[in-house]
Write a protein that binds this ligand. Structure first.
Ligand code: XMP
Length: 494
């Protein structure tokens, strides 16, 4: 008698996004009422469980600020030196500060003429400026309304002639409510913040306060500053400590194969030397999760699902993402460790399927790489607009950073790189806000079909059905010619 299969080929099946669909269930949940609040790590909550990838064509401070303002989280990439990283963290953490610090305030010198001040304000894009002497003392405040021609101010006069010298000032402990009331009461747009000796320490503006109010869902720390993550290598303890010192909220230990035991030792060492939460990844099996749950504040999942990623074809190894997430989540949820599904998400449906499989949040690269807030400029090819998007394991990205994400030594020559990613272009998409709106809105629709009003309830209720190739073809737009592109579905994606 011959066995039909050799023992090596008695293999389990592993599934990905297109292999499954969420089974519709009885529901009273209207999509708009579905609450996407979730956790990305043990102590960090987000309003929408969406994270922008730590890639040099996706997340720098501008993206991280926008992600946090809209309720998610950005993870700064690590293709920059430690000083630049610290600077980037500060940019995010201070972006929504109530008080603009002195070195960023546009000030006028009392020696300047009205014309010079006017020109300066136009150049700097501000509507007013404190007038400050060389000691840093506030002598007055000038605004563009003080110097418009109908007020018959002589342009060659010293600014001290035109300024308001009875200045309303505030002290450093002012909060947003009091600042607003003060400006409202006096009908003013800006208030210099001064110390006991009337020396300028900063400026509060009405524009800044209104901007903070606009972002009601923003993810902030206990001091009201935007939250932000940063990627560090598993052996970069110094970088991790510098990021922690700079006030970052979460460190993402960034490695293509975090079930490497040296990587786990490195991650453990970093965890012991910082205050920030430490998320470790990427992994794709329950055994890897078992090895991380005793110290990680979050586990990131994804071995080869990424759009720009060639790990699976280059190395022959990987794990289809729905199976990977569900295996890791089986273990992690028992230890109350949040799980992040990283890579391969093309549609909002993939994102909510990840949550159903057990993830608490999702991380995306290609989805955001084409937005205004992503680094890099817009290029036009054949009349269409694109932005660059490249894998962190592509030759280009490894040359401008590290190859240790892939546990390889730095090569001497370019042709010695063994890349696990490609360099590409992605269609330009406009603002992050509209992309996030589509992504979060689609996820809420998924919660409506399943009848889960909160993320934990949805995870509990959701069930998958297996889809055949025919079922998958039926899922996409078919047998029609699309005439108007939908904002969340492009025929080019098929
Ligand atoms: P998406 O599909 O959202 O995936 O574009 C983003 C995720 O892909 C991972 N990544 C890579 N994986 N080679 C890889 O195997 C690479 O060069 C590469 N660059 C990024 C990463 O986890 C990212 O968040």
């Amino acid at each position: 008698e011959h066995e039909p299969y050799s023992s090596k080929l008695r293999v389990p099946e592993a599934l990905t996004f297109d292999d499954v669909l969420l089974r519709p269930k009885e529901s009273r949940v209207e999509p708009d009422d579905a609450d996407l609040t979730s956790r990305v790590s043990k102590s960090i909550e987000v309003s929408v469980p969406i994270i922008s990838a730590a890639m040099d064509t996706v997340t720098e401070s501008e993206m991280a600020v926008a992600m946090a303002r809209h309720g998610g989280l950005g993870v700064l990439h690590r293709n920059m030196n430690v000083d630049e990283m610290v600077e980037e963290i500060h940019r995010v953490k201070s972006a929504d500060d109530l008080i603009i610090p002195t070195d960023s305030v546009v000030t006028a010198d009392p020696e300047m003429t009205v014309r010079e001040v006017d020109e300066m304000m136009v150049r700097e894009g501000v509507g007013g400026a404190p007038v400050v002497n060389t000691r840093g003392e506030v002598l007055g405040i000038i605004s563009s309304t003080d110097i418009r021609p109908h007020l018959e101010v002589n342009e060659d006069d010293a600014v001290t002639e035109a300024m308001t010298d009875e200045v309303i000032t505030a002290s450093e402990d002012i909060d947003a409510r009091d600042a607003f009331d003060l400006m409202y009461e006096h009908k003013i747009e800006r208030v210099p913040v001064v110390d006991d000796e009337n020396l300028l320490v900063g400026l509060v503006t009405m524009q800044g306060i209104l901007q903070r109010r606009e972002y009601g869902e923003a993810v902030r720390d206990d001091d009201g500053r935007l939250r932000c993550g940063v990627a560090v290598g598993p052996f970069e303890t110094d970088r991790a400590e510098a990021a922690d010192e700079a006030g970052v909220d979460i460190l993402f230990i960034d490695c293509a194969h975090a079930h490497n035991l040296n990587v786990i030792e490195g991650a453990r060492e970093i965890k012991e030397s910082v205050d920030a939460d430490v998320v470790v990844g990427n992994v794709g099996t329950r055994e890897a999760a078992e090895d991380l749950v005793d110290f990680a504040d979050g586990i990131k999942v994804g071995i080869g699902p990424g759009s720009i990623c060639t790990t699976r074809v280059v190395s022959g190894s990987g794990m289809p993402q729905i199976t990977a997430v569900s295996q890791v989540a089986d273990v992690a949820s028992r230890h109350d460790v949040p799980v992040i599904a990283d890579g391969g998400i093309r549609y909002s449906g993939d994102a909510i399927k990840s949550i159903a499989a057990g993830a608490d949040a999702v991380m995306l690269g290609s989805y955001f790489a084409g937005t205004e807030e992503a680094p890099g400029r817009v290029v036009t090819m054949n009349g269409k607009k694109y932005k660059q998007y490249r894998g962190m394991g592509s030759v280009g990205a490894m040359k401008s950073g590290d190859s240790d994400r892939y546990l390889k030594d730095e090569p001497q020559d370019d042709d010695e790189y063994v890349p696990e990613g490609v360099e590409a272009a992605t269609p330009y998409k406009g603002t992050l806000e509209s992309e996030l709106h589509q992504l979060a809105g689609g996820m809420q629709s998924g919660m409506g079909y399943v009848g889960g009003e909160t993320i934990p309830e949805f995870k509990e209720r959701s069930e998958f059905v297996r889809v055949s190739a025919a079922g998958q073809a039926e899922s996409h737009a078919h047998d029609v010619v699309i005439t108007d592109e939908a904002p969340n579905y492009s025929p080019a994606d098929e």
